[in-house]
Design a protein around this ligand. Structure first.
Ligand code: BJW
Length: 245
């Protein structure tokens, strides 16, 4: 249903977030100069082949990141909080898709969150594939609490693996009126292609909020560049004012 200007009355909103939204909370991104891929080779830690070759190295990488995430100095920032407020007040359908494996959106109060690259605080059985809450280190000696047999792996999506929740994501993208991308370089697929998927419908509003123009910059209809803690709350205020008009 649309109003007299042709705008949807209860617009459907999809938000995609990446590592940039959590950087000001103290969690490093991947591809910035101080990012994780400047310290370790992704081929050594973020592929199924790496896990098969040297599981201890891969477990160490994720165990260290899990300990950082659970340390007392990590907390959601103003951008996470603004998105939770947006979901709470939004009059239409709302979906938050995150590429991040941290739980800062949930800690800020977001409810409808899909972690397409998995979750750091969960572990998955390599045999029965059951997923379990796992707020501690994963070791080679750990076995699956469900089947009692399988060694455990981080519940994350490595290169060459299929991201999670793709059916639900595709449906939401097909129905959305507004697509907002926050803090992602737009270099990792399929997330990098979401803006192109919604751009097939020319009237979809496509907003990029990022420190700098991303790889997909040209496909957005609107750009706001700067740190997430500044530009996300300001954008959320403006968007909510707009739908209340
Ligand atoms: C700020 C900020 C601040 C900083 N405020 N902003 C050739 C061509 C095309 C595709 C491929 C290809 N070869 C292989 C592929 C596919 C491959 C891929 O994309 N490779 C590319 C590298 C080319 N993709 C896959 O393999 C995926 N699977 C797949 O495609 O399966 C096939 C399939 C799909 C769909 C249906 C059916 C089948 C799996 C990808 C898995 C990605 N995994 C990782 C690691 C695991 C989780 C973890 O360890 O945390 O996920 S890689 C890493 O990159 C992580 C991230 O989620 C992901 C995206 O990174 P993100 O979030 O964009 O971070 P950065 O660092 O890149 O960018 C941060 C941005 O923030 C920057 O722009 C900054 O400027 C900005 N920023 N500070 C605002 N304060």
């Amino acid at each position: 249903m649309t109003d007299h200007t042709g705008r949807a009355k209860r617009p459907s909103l999809v938000v995609l977030t990446g590592a940039g939204i959590s950087r000001e909370s103290g969690i490093p991104t991947f591809r910035d100069a101080d990012g994780l891929w400047a310290q370790v080779d992704l081929e050594d830690v973020a592929t199924p082949e790496a896990f098969a070759r040297d599981p201890e190295r891969v477990l160490d990488f994720y165990n260290a990141r899990r300990r950082v995430l659970l340390s007392s100095d990590i907390a959601p920032n103003a951008a996470h909080v603004a998105l939770a407020r947006l979901e709470e007040s939004w009059p239409g359908d709302f979906l938050l898709i995150t590429q991040n494996i941290d739980d800062l959106h949930e800690r800020a109060g977001s409810k409808r969150v899909l972690h397409m690259h998995g979750e750091l605080l969960k572990a998955r059985c390599t045999l029965c594939e059951e997923v379990h809450p796992w707020p501690k280190d994963i070791t080679l000696a750990d076995t699956c609490p469900a089947c009692g047999r399988g060694p455990m792996r981080p519940h994350v999506v490595w290169f060459g693996e299929i991201p999670l929740h793709m059916e639900e994501i595709t449906q939401a993208l097909q129905a959305c009126d507004i697509f907002v991308s926050i803090g992602t370089s737009g270099t990792v697929w399929p997330a990098a292609g979401f803006v192109a998927e919604v751009a097939h419908r020319p009237h979809t509003r496509r907003v990029e909020l990022n420190l700098e123009p991303s790889e997909q910059n040209a496909l957005f209809t609107e750009h706001h560049h700067g740190p997430a803690t500044r530009i996300v709350p300001a954008f959320v205020d403006a968007l909510l004012a707009d739908v209340r008009e």
